[in-house]
Design a protein around this ligand. Structure first.
Ligand code: HEC
Ligand code: HEC
Ligand code: HEC
Ligand code: HEC
Length: 157
C-alpha cells in the first residue's frame, strides 16, 4: 500500500465517524418517519392558532356585503385582506371588532402606482387622483364602481 494511505485512511475513518456521530445528534427525532421530512412538523403547524375565518364565514351574517362584492371588480378579494383576520370576530362579533380601513393609503396598498403590477391591478397616482378626499367618499369599497353622487369633502376627510 502507498505510504500516503497509511495516514489518510485513519484520518478519513475518523472524519466519517465524527460525521456519523454529529449527524445522529443533529437529525430531529421524527425525521424520516413517513418521508424525507420531520414528521412532528405537521402536528406542530396544525396546532398553531387560526386567525382567518374566510369569506363563507362572513357570509353567515354579512350576506349583503358578500353579495354586493360579487357584483363588481373586487369580487375576487377576500374580506379579511381589508378588514384583517376575522376569526375572533366570527366567534364573538360584539366584543372583537374588525378594522375599518377607510384611509387612502389602504387602497393605495394595491392601487398606488407600481410598475410591477400595472397589468394586474389598475394603478392610480395617489398624489394626483382626487387628492383631497378619502377614496370611500366616492368609491364604495365593496362595489368600487358604485360612485357616490353627492360629494362634500369636508364631512369625509
Ligand atoms: C355571527 C355573525 C357574524 C359573523 C359570522 C361576522 N360578523 Fe361582522 N359583525 C357582526 C355584528 C353583530 C357586527 C356589529 C354590528 C354593529 O354593532 O354595528 C359586525 C360588524 C362588522 C364590521 C363593522 C365593524 C365596526 O366596527 O363597525 C365589519 C367590518 C365586519 N363585521 C366584518 C366581518 C367580516 C370580514 C367577517 C368574516 C371574517 C364577519 N364580519 C363575520 C356579526 C358577524
Ligand atoms: C377593499 C377593502 C374591503 C374589502 C375587500 C371588504 N371591505 Fe368591508 N369595508 C371596507 C371599508 C373601507 C368600509 C367602511 C365603509 C364606510 O365607512 O363607508 C367597510 C365596511 C364594512 C362593514 C360595515 C357596514 C358597511 O357596509 O359599511 C361591514 C359589515 C363589512 N365592511 C363587511 C365586509 C365583508 C363581509 C367583506 C367581504 C365580503 C368585506 N367587508 C370586504 C373595506 C373593505
Ligand atoms: C388587496 C388589494 C386591493 C385593495 C386593498 C383595494 N383594491 Fe381595488 N381592486 C383590486 C383588484 C384585484 C381589482 C380588480 C383588478 C383591476 O384593478 O382591474 C380592483 C379593482 C378596483 C377598481 C376598478 C378598476 C378598474 O379598472 O375597473 C376600483 C375603482 C378600485 N379597485 C377601487 C378601490 C378602492 C377605492 C379601494 C380602497 C377602499 C381599493 N380598491 C382597495 C385590489 C384591491
Ligand atoms: C372625488 C371622487 C373620487 C375619489 C375621492 C377617488 N376616486 Fe377613484 N375615481 C373616481 C371617478 C369618477 C373615476 C372614473 C374616472 C377616472 O378614471 O378618473 C375613478 C377612477 C378610479 C380608478 C380607475 C382608474 C382607471 O384608470 O381606470 C381607480 C383604480 C380608482 N379610481 C381608485 C381610487 C382610489 C384608490 C382612491 C383613493 C386613493 C380614489 N379612487 C379616490 C372618483 C374618485
Amino acid at each position: 500500500m502507498p505510504v500516503q494511505l497509511k495516514t489518510l485512511i485513519p484520518l478519513f475513518t475518523a472524519f466519517i465517524l465524527i460525521f456519523l456521530v454529529v449527524r445522529h445528534f443533529l437529525i430531529p427525532e421524527s425525521f424520516g418517519k413517513e418521508g424525507h421530512y420531520r414528521y412532528d412538523a405537521i402536528a406542530m403547524n396544525a396546532d398553531k392558532p387560526l386567525n382567518y375565518a374566510g369569506k363563507d364565514a362572513c357570509a353567515e351574517c354579512h350576506d349583503d356585503q358578500v353579495l354586493a362584492m360579487e357584483s363588481d371588480m373586487h369580487a375576487n378579494l377576500s374580506c379579511e385582506v381589508c378588514h384583517g383576520p376575522g376569526l375572533a370576530h366570527y366567534d364573538n362579533p360584539d366584543s372583537a371588532r374588525l378594522i375599518i380601513p377607510d384611509q387612502r393609503e389602504h387602497c393605495g396598498l394595491c392601487h398606488s402606482y407600481n410598475a410591477n403590477r400595472v397589468d394586474k391591478i389598475t394603478q392610480i397616482d395617489l398624489n394626483d387622483h382626487n387628492v383631497e378626499e378619502k377614496c370611500i367618499h366616492c368609491h364604495n369599497p365593496h362595489v368600487p364602481w358604485e360612485i357616490a353622487e353627492e360629494t362634500s369633502p369636508e364631512e369625509n376627510l
